[in-house]
Ligand binder design. Structure first.
Ligand SMILES: *[C@@H]1O[C@H](CO)[C@@H](O)[C@H](O)[C@H]1NC(C)=O
Ligand SMILES: *[C@@H]1O[C@H](CO)[C@@H](O)[C@H](O)[C@H]1NC(C)=O
Length: 213
C-alpha cells in the first residue's frame, strides 16, 4: 500500500476513536434542570483566570436565579499546571465526602486564593507525593476532610477514572483553555474579564419571547 492509504487509515482512526461515555452527564450542577438556559463553564481549579471569573459567574447565577439558568461546572485540569490533575481528583474525593463542599472548594480556591498554595512556583521543590500531602492537610484544615478518607480517595481507581473521563469529555467539546463558556451548548466568546453587564447583554435576548437573529 502506498503512503496515502496509510494516511487515510490514520484519519479514519482519528474520526472514530471514541472517548469514554461518562456514566452520568458530565459536570457539577446547580439550578433547575428544566431552566430555559444552560450555562456551562470549563475550568482548571488552579487557573488564575478561572479564579478571576468565578465571582462574576456567581453574580450571573444570582442575578437570573436557579429557575432561569441551569449551571454546569466542568473540571478541566490543564497539563501545564503540575498539581491540577491531583486537585481535580481531590475535588471529587471532597464531593464524595459531602456533595455541597465542592462549591465551597471553588470559593476557597478561587475567592480566598488558596489555589496559590499549589501553583507551580509554590511547589517547585515538592515531590508529587508531597503535593498530595499538602492537599490533604489543606482539605482537613479547611473542610474537616479526614486524612484517611482523602488518601483512600486519592488511591481510588474510580476517582482517578472519573477525573480522566471528565477531561476527555471536555476535549470532545473542543475545550483547549480555561475558562471556556458555553450557552445552550454553543461556545461563547466570554472570558475572565467579562463583566456582569457583558453577561446580561449576552443572555437577556434568550429570555425574550421573540426570535433572535
Ligand atoms: C526551591 O529551591 C531553590 C533552591 O534551593 C530555592 O531558591 C527556591 O526558593 C525554592 N522554592 C521554594 C518555593 O521554596
Ligand atoms: C464515596 O462514597 C461512598 C458512599 O458514601 C462510599 O461507599 C465510597 O467508599 C466513597 N468513595 C471514596 C473513594 O471515598
Amino acid at each position: 500500500m502506498n503512503k496515502n492509504i496509510y494516511f487515510i487509515f490514520f484519519l479514519i482512526s482519528i474520526v472514530f476513536s471514541q472517548a469514554p461515555i461518562p456514566k452520568r452527564p458530565d459536570g457539577h450542577k446547580q439550578g433547575d434542570i428544566n431552566a430555559p438556559v444552560y450555562l456551562e463553564m470549563f475550568c482548571d481549579l488552579l487557573c488564575p483566570d478561572c479564579a478571576h471569573s468565578w465571582p462574576t459567574i456567581k453574580n450571573v447565577l444570582e442575578y437570573y436565579g436557579s429557575s432561569k439558568i441551569y449551571f454546569i461546572f466542568h473540571v478541566f485540569p490543564l497539563p501545564y499546571h503540575t498539581s491540577a490533575f491531583f486537585m481535580a481528583e481531590a475535588s471529587l474525593v471532597l464531593e464524595n465526602y459531602t456533595q455541597s463542599l465542592f462549591w465551597d472548594l471553588l470559593d476557597s480556591l478561587y475567592i480566598d486564593s488558596k489555589q496559590q498554595m499549589f501553583w507551580d512556583d509554590a511547589v517547585e521543590n515538592t515531590t508529587l507525593e508531597g503535593i498530595k500531602s499538602l492537599m490533604g492537610s489543606y482539605l482537613l484544615d479547611e473542610f474537616g476532610l479526614p486524612n484517611s478518607y482523602f488518601w483512600n480517595g486519592m488511591n481510588d481507581v474510580t476517582i482517578d477514572w472519573n477525573s480522566r473521563v471528565s477531561w476527555k469529555y471536555a476535549c470532545t467539546r473542543g475545550v483547549s483553555g480555561t475558562p471556556t463558556f458555553m450557552v445552550n451548548g454553543v461556545y461563547v466568546a466570554m472570558g475572565s474579564d467579562s463583566s456582569l453587564n457583558d453577561w446580561i447583554n449576552l443572555l437577556n435576548p434568550l429570555f425574550l419571547n421573540k426570535p433572535i437573529y
